[in-house]
Design a protein around this ligand. Structure first.
Ligand code: UDP
Length: 341
């Protein structure tokens, strides 16, 4: 029988793609979501891709009693925990919203895990834990974490700490924190993708919405950074590659006899500037994008990309898609939700 993997936030951007990849690898995902930041219509779309309606439960991840019931009802064999808020700016304006949901949600899931210590656990962390890496551009898992620049960043920083502390108290638990770099793109079917709530903060959704005519132009924040072309550099990873990394993480944890808390970078290992991403979008989709330069955005890291050696040696995983795939799939997705030919 297929192993059931609970995917909290399974209707969200990375969650929905992970659900699809879990099915492709023979797992039986159980989607847990309360749709506060996603749309239930994603279930129909996932159904179209995988060929059957996935198991789904409406539940607030902070509701520990419900979580306990769900664990029992479905005999859960693994957990991937996505359900959390993720808007950096909003977290500065409303920090308690972030601390109460992201931290309480994680603690609630971990409390249930403590009662089910054989169940492996994967946490969605972020490269935000590195902050502005001192003099480094390429970061590996041993690069020192630094003080986060937002409450959102703190919830990931503290999340890893909480998991580490739990592991010290019970070293039979099998846990992994995946530090994501910048997810982009969408499923090649254009049936699932990112659905930003309100005006997007992230670069590629802003680019695709500008191309779709929703915004007049993209403002590039800063043009005189000490980088290849003066704009900030990030490691953009295709969301399907990222989803595949989660499946490898669950495969790996299930294969272990002993407990662990592994921390693994999930990126491509390659830095791309804002301008390079814009040009890739224009070339790949054969169109011109209206953009201008504006002031720097406060708190922006100048340049960061992943060293991905550990992901490869531990999980046998490597990104196989590049930014051209990402910008093409993101535009295909944007066109499909806007009914653009
Ligand atoms: N960016 C930009 N204009 C936008 C949105 C983002 O120039 O409208 C830049 C931003 O300053 C950063 C890069 O794009 O250098 C990636 O930003 P994003 O918010 O997507 O990711 P993060 O900064 O969290 O890595």
């Amino acid at each position: 029988m297929s192993k059931k993997v609970l995917v909290t936030g399974g209707a969200g951007y990375i969650g929905s793609h992970t659900v699809v990849e879990l099915v492709k690898s023979g797992y039986d995902p159980v989607i847990l979501d309360d749709y506060r930041n996603s749309d239930p219509s994603v279930l129909k779309r996932i159904t179209q891709i995988i060929g059957y309606e996935p198991t789904h439960v409406v539940c607030d991840v902070c509701d520990q009693n419900r979580l306990e019931e769900i664990f029992k009802t479905y005999s859960i064999s693994g957990v991937i925990h996505f359900a959390a808020y993720k808007a950096v700016g909003e977290s500065v304006e409303n920090p308690l919203k972030y601390y109460s949901n992201n931290i309480a949600g994680l603690v609630s899931v971990l409390n249930v895990l403590k009662q089910n210590p054989k169940v492996p656990f994967v946490f969605s962390s972020s490269c935000t834990v590195y902050g502005e890496p001192m003099g480094l551009k390429e970061v590996d898992e041993n690069t020192a974490k630094s003080i986060p620049t937002s409450p959102y960043g703190y919830t990931k920083w503290l999340g890893e700490q909480i998991i580490g502390d739990l592991f010290i108290s019970n070293n039979r638990l099998r846990m992994m924190s995946l530090r994501y770099f910048n997810p982009i793109g969408a499923h090649q079917s254009a049936l699932i993708g990112e659905l930003p709530v309100g005006k997007p903060n992230n670069l590629l959704p802003f680019i695709t919405q500008t191309a779709a005519g929703i915004h007049e132009k993209l403002v590039i924040f800063g043009k005189d950074y000490p980088t290849v072309d003066g704009t900030c550099v990030r490691d953009y990873i295709h969301v399907v590659d990222l989803a595949e990394a989660h499946v490898k993480a669950i495969d790996h944890l299930l294969s272990l006899k002993n407990g662990c808390h592994e921390v693994v970078n999930v990126g491509t290992g390659k830095g791309t500037s804002v301008l390079e991403l814009v040009h890739a979008f224009e070339e790949e989709n054969n169109m011109k994008l209206n953009y201008t330069f504006g002031p720097k955005r406060s708190g922006d890291v100048i340049e960061i990309y992943a060293n991905v050696d550990y992901a490869h040696s531990l999980l046998g995983w490597k990104a196989t898609r590049d930014i051209n795939d990402g910008v093409r799939d993101a535009w295909k997705w944007e066109k499909s939700i806007r009914n653009i030919q």
